[in-house]
Design a protein around this ligand. Structure first.
Ligand code: CP
Length: 306
C-alpha cells in the first residue's frame, strides 16, 4: 500500500497497520545485519523547529540504515531562513528541489498539513504544536504494544499525566480506537485531562474509556501503563499543585508491586520525574525497548513512502 504523506494517525487503517508491522519486523532483521543499500539514491531532510532527541536521531539513523542520505538543520527556528521570516510554505517549496522526503517537527498545530499542501515530496509529521499530533511516535507505540503483548484487542491501557497537551497520547488514542474491546483509562488531574475531541472520537467508535484522577485504583487493572510528563507551565492557575501532581502520578517500586506481572510500562520519553530510575531494571519497564522500536518503524515508514 502506497503512502503519500504521514500527517495524522487517523489515516492509518487496520490493513495499513498490519502492513507496517510486517515491514517493521523485516526491518528488525535488516537492522541486525547492519542495514541495506536499497535506498542509496534517496535523500531525506529533517526540518525541526522544536527540540528532539529520539525522533530526529532515529529518523536520521533509519535513513542511514536504508542506505540513503540525510540533510538537516538542528534548530530550524534559528538556523534556517525561518529566522529571517521565510514562510513554512516557501521553505518546503525550496526543499522540494533538494530532497525526496521531509521530516518536519513544527511548533504550530497543522504545520505538517500546511507543508503537505505545497509539497510534491512526502511530508512526515514528526510532532506539531502543543496538543497536536505525533503519528510516527504513536505508530511505534502501537508496534511496541503488539510486540510486547502479541495482540492489541481486549487490552486495558492507562494513559497517565498530561493528556491535554501530550501529542503522543492523542495520536495513540486515535490508533487504539481502531481495535476491538480495548479499554482506555485516562488518568490525570482535571486541568490536564484528555480533551473532548478525542473522547468524542472514542464515543463515535464505541470504544470504552473512563476518565479518572486516582492512579492507584487503576494500576492493578491494566495491561499497559503509558506514562507521560507533566509540565508545570501547562497547569495554568494550578501550577502551584505541580509538586503534588508529580507525587500522585509517580511510578516507583511501590506502584510496580500492585501492577500485574504481565503488564508493561511505556513512556514516549524524555522522562524527568515521573518514573523512578529504580523501575528501569524491572522487565516490565518497556520504554527503552519502545525507543529502539522507533528506528524499525521509521525504517518501515520510509520504505513504504518510497
Ligand atoms: N518521544 C519523542 O518525540 O522524543 P523527542 O522529543 O526526543 O523526539
Amino acid at each position: 500500500m502506497k503512502l503519500k504523506h504521514i500527517l495524522e494517525s487517523q489515516q492509518f487503517t487496520r490493513p495499513l497497520l498490519n502492513e507496517l508491522f510486517t515491514v517493521a519486523d523485516q526491518m528488525d532483521r535488516v537492522f541486525l545485519r547492519g542495514g541495506t543499500q536499497d535506498y542509496n539514491n534517496k535523500i531525506m531532510a529533517t526540518l525541526f523547529y522544536e527540540p528532539s532527541t529520539r525522533t530526529r536521531f532515529s529518523f536520521e539513523a533509519a535513513m542511514h540504515r536504508l542506505g540513503g542520505r540525510v540533510i538537516s538543520t538542528e534548530n530550524a527556528r534559528d538556523f534556517s531562513s525561518g529566522a529571517a521570516g521565510e514562510s513554512l510554505e516557501d521553505t518546503i517549496n525550496v526543499l522540494n528541489n533538494y530532497t525526496d522526503v521531509i521530516v518536519l517537527r513544527h511548533n504550530e498545530i497543522d504545520g505538517s498539513k500546511r507543508a503537505a499542501e505545497v509539497s510534491q515530496v512526502p511530508i512526515i509529521n514528526a510532532g506539531d504544536g502543543k496538543g497536536g499530533q505525533h503519528p510516527t511516535q504513536a505508530l511505534l507505540d502501537l508496534y511496541t504494544i503488539y510486540k510486547e503483548r502479541e495482540s492489541i484487542e481486549g487490552l486495558k491501557i492507562a494513559f497517565v499525566g498530561d493528556l491535554a497537551n501530550g501529542r503522543t497520547v492523542r495520536s495513540l488514542s486515535y490508533l487504539l480506537g481502531k481495535f476491538e474491546r480495548v479499554k482506555l483509562y485516562f488518568v490525570a488531574p482535571e486541568v490536564i485531562q484528555m480533551k473532548n475531541d478525542i473522547l468524542e472520537y472514542l464515543d463515535k467508535h464505541e470504544i470504552w474509556y473512563d476518565t479518572v484522577e486516582n492512579l492507584t485504583s487503576v494500576i492493578p487493572e491494566v495491561d499497559v501503563v503509558y506514562q507521560t510528563r507533566i509540565e508545570k507551565e501547562r497547569l495554568g492557575e494550578q501550577a502551584g499543585e505541580y509538586g503534588k501532581f508529580v507525587k500522585e502520578y509517580y511510578i516507583d517500586r511501590n506502584v510496580l508491586q500492585s501492577m500485574a506481572k504481565h503488564a508493561i510500562i511505556m513512556h514516549p520519553l524524555p522522562r524527568l520525574k515521573e518514573i523512578s530510575p529504580e523501575v528501569d531494571s524491572d522487565p516490565r519497564a518497556a520504554y527503552f525497548r519502545q525507543a529502539r522500536n522507533g528506528i524499525l518503524v521509521r525504517m518501515a515508514l520510509l520504505s513504504m513512502l518510497f
